[in-house]
Design a protein around this ligand. Structure first.
Ligand SMILES: *[C@@H]1O[C@H](CO)[C@@H](O)[C@H](O)[C@H]1NC(C)=O
Ligand SMILES: *[C@@H]1O[C@H](CO)[C@@H](O)[C@H](O)[C@H]1NC(C)=O
Length: 308
């Protein structure tokens, strides 16, 4: 009796095992959906050791897009995950969010070293580019839908990523940063502060700023990400001059005449904000009386990235 019962149970188990084969990859994917997870096994060869966090939404779409969301100084991946709208938007539109976390003291990003300001030069920008490559491979994400956004130091990194990896990113939105190269450190500092830029003392030409972008990936002739630049007129941390310098930079890169934008719209997207459009590839949004930093306009980002 006992013998029969045991073998019957074993037979039953065998049937169950055959009926539902274990797929470790899918189990891992299911478990990692809908919460912030750290990824430790991405390619860090030759680049900075930047902690990589990812949010894969419960909503599953074929070939999802990717938004890289880059935090501010003193911030972390976790803080930006809780404090920005991308997690909710990811659930709504089904894209994956990458939250890199700065490894530097004070958690500013390295936007000052030659390494980070060079395509495949190592440094934080290279590490973040490698996170994107890992995610595209793991989730068969759509390489045509890879975007970057960030606040303050993360906004600086957004400009740097757009300049150093134009082959990866299709669009960027910049919340209160400085131009790519604006925090360059002549003494080779990593994650160094640049007071001249921060204090708005640099007033350069579009050609010089555009040249800086081109020098970060010499010989690159392909498409570049379209850019949307936000800044407040009452920013005392990164002075408003950085808004104008950043717009000059991308206007030159795209061949727009900085001094002759196509349109200027008041109270867009919010009351007191002025939207200046140079063309399909560049918009500036200046927020009157807003300090450091301009609040994230998640729905505007979705439109700019083409999710809406
Ligand atoms: C890893 O990253 C380094 C530097 O970014 C790159 O040279 C190398 O080809 C990458 N390796 C793989 C397997 O992708
Ligand atoms: C700050 O950045 C500007 C713009 O790239 C550069 O000209 C200047 O030399 C930098 N300052 C320092 C101290 O590195």
């Amino acid at each position: 009796m006992v013998r029969f019962s045991v073998s019957a149970t074993l037979a039953l188990l065998a049937t169950v095992v055959v009926a539902t084969p274990i797929d470790p990859v899918n189990i891992w994917k299911r478990q990692s959906r809908g919460s912030l997870q750290q990824v430790s096994n991405y390619n860090n060869t030759g680049s900075a050791n930047v902690p990589f966090y990812i949010y894969v939404p419960n909503k599953q779409v074929t070939s999802p897009g990717i938004v890289v969301a880059v935090h501010y100084c003193t911030g972390t991946a976790q803080a930006y995950f809780s404090g920005s709208p991308y997690r909710q938007l990811a659930e709504q539109y089904g894209f994956i969010v990458i939250y890199p976390s700065s490894p530097h003291s004070g958690t500013c990003w390295d936007v000052s070293s030659k390494a980070t300001l060079t395509h495949n030069g190592g440094g934080d920008s290279n590490a973040i580019a490698n996170m994107v490559k890992w995610t595209i491979g793991k989730y068969t994400a759509d390489p045509e839908k890879v975007f970057v956004t960030g606040t303050s130091s993360g906004a600086m990194m957004t400009n740097v990523l757009a300049a150093t990896y134009p082959d990866i990113f299709k669009a960027g939105t910049v919340y209160s940063g400085v131009p790519a190269g604006g925090f360059y450190s002549t003494s080779g500092g990593v994650a160094a502060w640049n007071s001249s830029s921060a204090n708005g003392q640099i007033n350069s030409t579009p050609a010089i700023w555009g040249g800086m972008v081109r020098s970060m990936y010499p010989g690159y002739e392909g498409e570049r990400p379209k850019m949307q630049i936000y800044h407040g007129t009452a920013d005392s941390t990164l002075r408003t001059q950085n808004y104008y310098e950043t717009c000059k930079q991308w206007a030159d890169v795209f061949g727009y005449d900085y001094n002759a934008p196509a349109t200027k719209t008041s109270n867009s997207p919010l009351s007191g904000y002025t939207r200046t459009t140079w063309g399909d590839k560049l918009q500036g949004i200046l927020a009157n009386n807003v300090g450091h930093s301009v609040p994230i306009q998640g729905n505007e980002d979705m439109k700019f990235f083409g999710f809406v």
